[in-house]
Design a protein around this ligand. Structure first.
Ligand code: HEC
Ligand code: HEC
Length: 171
């Protein structure tokens, strides 16, 4: 009985597992890390990455200007288009891709319906009023995001803790 319960729990936690391949190319990492970690390709479809790397978009990237040499821009596109959520199979890719309507070209991963749905029951202040987080886009504050590890079991929210009975509470 104990063993089957264990297997069930293990099975359920596998069901919600969400991992993507980390970016290992140092040249790419340095291209974004002045402002934030390199979001993984799996988290948006090709059309989104294509749009993000158009020059006019890079010039006004969420209010900032991203400067890339043509060579570096191509290197990014090569990585993003070859690994995007709709570029090939994969469990995480499918979850992302299936959640986005075909007629929408999102630039924010935090706005992808699948990702949004994972955070929607969490208090907004855990993100926006948390001085160590400040934004839904700040994946690395709570997840081991650079490693591509987004599982629920690995989440650590600064200034908050999760208890078995009460869920998330402010520390
Ligand atoms: C000069 C600073 C800067 C650089 C360099 C930069 N970004 Fe950003 N990026 C931002 C800001 C600011 C935001 C919005 C963050 C927020 O809302 O909290 C953002 C947001 C994003 C988002 C959306 C996050 C979300 O889910 O809401 C993506 C995707 C993104 N950047 C990709 C990139 C990539 C890829 C690179 C490297 C080629 C890059 N950025 C380089 C400043 C920058
Ligand atoms: C304030 C902390 C915080 C930030 C910032 C945050 N998350 Fe989360 N995320 C969580 C928590 C907490 C959970 C687990 C929800 C629960 O306990 O039910 C979660 C769940 C998830 C899950 C589901 C994992 C699973 O096992 O199914 C994914 C995927 C995810 N987040 C991706 C992201 C991405 C991508 C970003 C950045 C764009 C991000 N998160 C930003 C706190 C955060």
């Amino acid at each position: 009985m104990k063993k089957s319960l264990f297997t069930l729990i293990l099975g359920l936690s596998q069901l919600s597992a969400f991992n993507v391949a980390p970016v290992k190319d140092d040249i790419l990492i340095r291209g974004c890390d002045e402002c934030h970690f390199v979001y993984q390709a799996e988290l948006l479809p090709e059309r989104s990455w294509e749009k993000m790397f158009v020059e006019s978009e890079l010039n006004d990237h969420f209010g900032k200007k991203v400067v890339l040499t043509e060579q570096l821009r191509e290197r990014f596109l090569d990585y993003y288009l070859n690994n995007a959520s709709d570029s090939k199979n994969g469990k995480a890719r499918k979850k992302i891709d299936n959640s986005i309507p075909m007629d929408r070209t999102l630039l924010r991963i935090s706005q992808v319906p699948y990702i949004k749905s994972k955070h929607k029951d969490l208090p907004e202040e855990m993100f926006l009023k948390n001085d160590k987080v400040k934004s839904y886009a700040n994946c690395t504050a709570c997840h081991k995001a650079e490693r591509g590890e987004y599982e629920e079991d690995d989440v650590e929210v600064p200034n908050w803790e999760k208890s078995f009975f009460f869920g998330w509470e402010k520390r």
